[in-house]
Every structure is written in structure tokens, then in C-alpha cells.
Design a protein around this ligand. Structure first.
Ligand SMILES: *[C@@H]1O[C@H](CO)[C@@H](O)[C@H](O)[C@H]1NC(C)=O
Length: 194
């Protein structure tokens, strides 16, 4: 009887500790790929996908953009996030600058709960021989190096947890993750964010 009470207490406290959907994110369809896989493999901290397709860096530079309004609606549903993952995602022609990335970080702070932890990554990298045609030949690498650069600046106070990777056989259309790729990205997100 004591043992069964103990099990009850353990399971009750793990439910109470589960941090459900307290980490927001911004990014494009590539962030949705991660979030889709994350939910599929049982991740609980990061938000589920919320319709951020095509929302590259320039969609998030103005703090009042349609994309941020979408984020705010999600924050109303889930509660203001205590952490935000900023994914730098680009179209080949537009690219991105460090100034734009800094703007994204400032906006993330403004739209999250006070003292929220900000994580930053590029869009996923690929195994040799593949890339994302939408981002351009060296696009994914550019976004990854911008993320690293941001994390090296103490004034920005952001964490770079590592780069996401899509392997051979995990890419659907010359850019996005297929189902296996989503699950792989989801597991990588659990390693990065819990
Ligand atoms: C840096 O971010 C953390 C959250 O990750 C926050 O608690 C802290 O106050 C920030 N530090 C400064 C100097 O803004």
C-alpha cells in the first residue's frame, strides 16, 4: 500500500512539473517541420506548429507584423512563453543581415514573458550533396553562422544550442523534411530544448 502511494506521488508530481507549450518559436516552414516532429515524438515544452510557412527573417523584423500578431494569438492560447526559439530562415534573394537578426531577438524579448530565455539557430543544415533551394546554395550555412555570431555577442544574451541536421533520405522536396526528417528534427529539438 505504501508502495502504491509512492507511485501515485511520483506520477502526480511529474504531471505537475511537465512544462507544456511554454516555449514559443519564430521561423518559417522549416521551424514548423521541427515543431511537427517534436509533437510527434512526444515533446511538450515547445509550441506546436501554428502556421508560420514562408515567414522568413523579414516577416519578423517589424514588431507589429502579421507574423508577430500570429505569435501573440498563440501566446494568448498557450500563455506568454518563458523561452523563445528564434529560427533564422531565409529566401535566397533576400538573405539576412546581423542587424535584422538583432531585431528578431529584440522583438522576441518584447513579445515573450519578462526575462524569457532566447535560443537561436539557423535553419537545418544538410548532409553533403543536398541543400534547400529556397534558401540558396549556401543559405542554410549563412543562417547557421548568423546564429553563432549572435550567441557570441554577450549583449544579445542568447543561447545557440547547435545546428539542426537533415540527413540523406529525410528531405522531401529539395528543402523540407519528410516524415522521417520531421521526427529526426523533433528528437534534435528535444536534445536542445527538453
Ligand atoms: C539574460 O537572459 C536571461 C534569461 O535567459 C535573463 O534571466 C537575464 O536577466 C538576462 N541577462 C541580462 C543581462 O539581461
Amino acid at each position: 500500500m505504501i508502495l502504491s502511494h509512492l507511485f501515485y506521488l511520483i506520477s502526480a508530481s511529474s504531471v505537475a512539473l511537465a512544462q507544456s507549450r511554454t516555449m514559443g518559436f519564430i521561423g518559417c516552414s522549416m521551424a514548423e517541420n521541427v515543431a511537427q516532429g517534436y509533437v510527434a515524438v512526444g515533446g511538450e515544452r515547445l509550441w506546436a506548429p501554428y502556421g508560420t510557412g514562408a515567414m522568413v527573417v523579414q516577416s519578423w523584423t517589424s514588431p507589429n507584423s502579421a507574423s508577430w500578431q500570429l505569435f501573440d494569438r498563440q501566446a494568448t492560447q498557450n500563455g506568454k512563453p518563458t523561452a523563445v526559439w528564434v529560427q533564422i530562415c531565409i529566401f535566397a534573394q533576400a538573405g539576412a543581415t546581423m542587424q535584422e537578426v538583432t531585431q528578431l531577438i529584440e522583438n522576441a524579448r518584447q513579445h515573450a514573458a519578462p526575462d524569457a530565455e532566447i535560443y537561436i539557430t539557423g535553419q537545418p543544415l544538410y548532409e553533403p550533396g543536398q541543400t534547400c533551394f529556397l534558401a540558396g546554395a549556401d543559405g542554410p550555412e549563412l543562417t547557421d553562422s548568423l546564429a553563432k555570431q549572435a550567441a557570441e555577442d554577450p549583449a544579445l544574451n542568447v543561447t545557440y544550442p547547435g545546428s539542426f541536421l537533415l540527413r540523406q533520405g529525410e528531405v522531401a522536396d529539395g528543402c523540407h523534411a519528410n516524415t522521417a526528417g520531421q521526427q529526426s528534427l523533433g528528437n534534435q529539438a528535444i536534445e536542445f530544448f527538453g
